[in-house]
Structures are given as structure tokens and as C-alpha cells.
Design a binder for this molecule. Structure first.
Ligand code: UDP
Ligand code: MG
Length: 317
């Protein structure tokens, strides 16, 4: 059995309150895994500073000066957690590793589960997804929207495992395949599922955030969900086409019925209220459908411009 070199990726955005203790804790975990011969001695941490405006980067620099096992990259501005994760995966691929784990800077995810991730990796799995046991630490709003999101994604054909937040292990092979995907707004959870490598799940407990605040709000979660859906499913477009067809059919049948009544019973339909309701309903439906198509056009627009995914300011190797 070959001992793998592990890289742990930690995206950070304004995490000055967490980053130092998180680093200390993760180095302890690395030491524990090294002592058990589960990872090689040159395994390391890779922080991605997602354009923090607080002292996060200075703290990371100090940590790097203390030990070369702490490596890092800094974005020129805030690009969001998905881009930070992608940069982390690309960064560790360039530096070199056999497998990489991504974990949040607030260590809400149980860091000891990494050991079980590695056991699955040794069994030959290229992707090990961390799946949370509970959502006790989430607000009711986040719980409901998360469940809705997973359900919707699955109905829409973009199969992603329920309750998997970006805590996962991926092999070097998966990292190499990721390099072949050039889409700018890569949605990682969908991507690792789509690739079709051997994958499995490991359950872990979620802890409350030990310092600082959640960096996600309603709009960023909504953006993530829309990107996830439009990147990995065209079902909404099909649904729109079907809806259009059904509406036309409905109108045709109502028309037939009207003509029939006129001929047979000389009845002309009378109903301003019905007209207004139908008009508003179909008007609303059309705008909604246009909105869905608009989301896809937006996705095409972003991809076609082919802007870089992110721009880095500094890297500490
Ligand atoms: N994060 C990031 N960029 C952002 C927002 C968040 O890199 O624009 C990082 C953040 O520092 C943390 C992880 O993503 O390491 C998860 O964020 P957070 O804990 O705020 O999310 P929650 O646990 O509330 O879903
Ligand atoms: Mg968190």
C-alpha cells in the first residue's frame, strides 16, 4: 500500500478569528495521520484567501513563515467560495499531491472524518463525499431551503447527494480530469458527480461555528443554487417547452368548446373576471418561463466571455 501525499484545502473569507486555531488543529490531524502511516510526511495545508479585507492573509503569512507545511494563495478580490475551492484544487494539483480534501475554515465539519475519507481512498475510491448527519446548527430558513434545493436539483436531473457540502476527498485522477473542464462557473458538487469516477460517501457530524459569522446570505445561496441548476441540467428548458405546448393545447380546446356552445346553444361566453385571471396567469407564466431561459442565456454569456475564473495576487509555496 502506497502512503499518499495529502493536501487539505481551506477556503477563507474574512476568517481572522478562525484561521489560526483551524491551522493548528489541522496540523495536529495531519500529524496524527502521519503517525498512523495513513499519509506521507510531506502532506500539507493549502489556504485560499478569497480576497479577505481583514487580517486573514497576514495571519496565513505568519503561519507559512512558521512552517512550510502551510501553503497558501491569495485572490485579488472576493470571488466566492466555489472559485476559492476551484483555485485550491488547481493549486494543489500544481504543487503536487495524491489526494486533496477541502474543508471549511470554521471547522464546522468534523475534521477527524478525514481519516475515514482516506480509508475509502485506499479502497480505490477516487471521490469520497462527506455527508452531514444532521443540520442542527442551521437556521430553519437554511434547513428548508437546503432540502428544497437538493430535491429540486434531483428532480431536474442534476443528481447531487443530499446534504453534501463541499467537504470531500478527491484523488489526483479527479484533479487531472477537472483540468479538462474549461467551464468558468464550474459547480463542483455537480461536476464530481457527473465525471463518473468511483465515489462513495462518509457521514460526519456538524458542529456550530466556533468564531466569526457565516459568509453566506440569501442571495449568495440563491446564486449558487441557480448556477448549480443551469450548469448541470437543461430540464427547466424542456419543462418550459412542455408548458408552452400544454398552454396552447388548453387554449385550443377552450376555443373549440366556445365555438361548439355558440353553434349548439347560441351561448356566448361572458366573464370579465375569467378573462383577467387567465390573462394575468398566462402573462405571469410567460415572464417566468422567459426568466428561466434568461438564466441559461446568462450562463452562456458568462462562459462565452471566457474571463479568467479568478486572479491571484500572491502564492506561498
Ligand atoms: N467562503 C469563501 N468565500 C466566500 C464565502 C465563504 O471562501 O465568499 C468560505 C468561508 O471562509 C468558509 C467556507 O467558505 O471557510 C464556508 O463558509 P461559511 O462557514 O460562512 O458558510 P456556512 O457554514 O454558513 O454555510
Ligand atoms: Mg460554516
Amino acid at each position: 500500500m502506497q502512503i499518499p501525499k495529502l493536501a487539505v484545502i481551506i477556503p477563507c473569507y474574512n476568517e481572522e478569528l478562525c484561521v489560526e486555531s483551524t491551522c493548528k488543529r489541522l496540523l495536529e490531524v495531519l500529524d496524527m495521520l502521519i503517525s498512523k502511516n495513513k499519509i506521507s510526511k510531506d502532506s500539507y495545508l493549502y489556504f485560499v484567501d478569497d480576497g479577505s479585507s481583514d487580517k486573514t492573509w497576514e495571519i496565513i503569512e505568519n503561519l507559512h513563515n512558521g512552517t512550510s507545511r502551510v501553503k497558501a494563495v491569495k485572490f485579488i478580490r472576493n470571488y466566492g467560495n466555489q472559485k476559492a475551492l476551484i483555485a485550491g484544487l488547481e493549486g494543489v494539483r500544481n504543487i503536487g499531491c495524491d489526494c486533496a480534501v477541502s474543508i471549511d475554515a470554521d471547522l464546522q465539519q468534523d475534521e477527524l472524518a478525514i481519516e475515514r475519507f482516506l480509508d475509502e481512498y485506499q479502497k480505490g475510491f477516487d471521490i469520497v463525499l462527506g455527508v452531514r448527519n444532521n443540520r442542527k446548527t442551521d437556521s430553519i430558513f437554511k434547513k428548508t431551503t437546503a432540502v428544497l434545493f437538493y430535491k429540486l436539483m434531483n428532480i431536474l436531473g442534476a443528481k447531487i447527494p443530499m446534504n453534501h457540502s463541499d467537504y470531500r476527498l478527491v484523488s489526483k485522477r479527479a484533479l487531472d480530469i477537472m483540468e479538462m473542464y474549461h467551464e468558468k462557473a464550474l459547480f463542483l458538487r455537480g461536476f464530481f458527480h457527473e465525471v463518473g469516477l468511483r465515489s462513495t460517501t462518509v457521514n460526519f457530524d456538524v458542529k456550530p461555528r466556533f468564531a466569526g459569522q457565516s459568509k453566506f446570505n440569501f442571495f449568495s445561496l440563491m446564486g449558487l443554487a441557480l448556477n448549480g441548476i443551469t450548469s448541470f441540467s437543461i430540464y427547466p428548458l424542456r419543462i418550459v417547452s412542455c408548458l408552452g405546448f400544454l398552454m396552447a393545447l388548453f387554449a385550443f380546446l377552450v376555443g373549440l368548446e366556445t365555438v361548439f356552445e355558440k353553434i349548439m346553444f347560441n351561448n356566448s361566453p361572458n366573464g370579465t373576471a375569467t378573462m383577467i385571471i387567465l390573462l394575468c396567469f398566462f402573462g405571469g407564466l410567460q415572464i417566468f418561463c422567459l426568466g428561466i431561459i434568461g438564466e441559461y442565456i446568462g450562463q452562456v454569456y458568462r462562459e462565452v466571455k471566457a474571463r479568467p475564473r479568478y486572479i491571484t495576487e500572491k502564492e506561498l509555496r
